[in-house]
Design a protein. Structure first.
Length: 105
């Protein structure tokens, strides 16, 4: 084979190699997790939807300690409350099974 024929033959097999490696002809783009942000009293908070657990990140922006109330929906009948007291200017996080139901101070 001459160089041109070899180059064309090599290009023809590239899609087949890509399919064999990925297992699909075209990969679907990854779906980003839904991110939630907000403010409640002295706190800025955020979390992204998880599959079995969720972590809430928070920052106390006041110049005094304050308590944040994070309610979790664990199942259709079980709710849990985490209420850490956070020092002025401090950051932290809470991880729990289930999904966040509400946040307030």
């Amino acid at each position: 084979m001459n160089r041109v024929t070899k180059a064309v033959a090599a290009l023809a097999v590239l899609p087949a190699i890509a399919f064999a490696v990925t297992g699909t002809a075209s990969a679907a783009p990854a779906q980003p997790a839904s991110k939630h942000t907000g403010t409640a009293g002295c706190f800025n908070w955020s979390w992204a939807d998880g599959t079995s657990t969720t972590t809430v990140y928070y920052h106390n922006t006041c110049n005094h300690s304050e308590q944040i109330h994070i309610w979790w929906q664990v199942s259709s009948t079980v709710e849990r409350l985490h209420a850490p007291t956070v020092a002025a200017g401090a950051k932290g996080h809470v991880k729990e099974d289930g999904k966040v139901k509400s946040i307030d101070d």
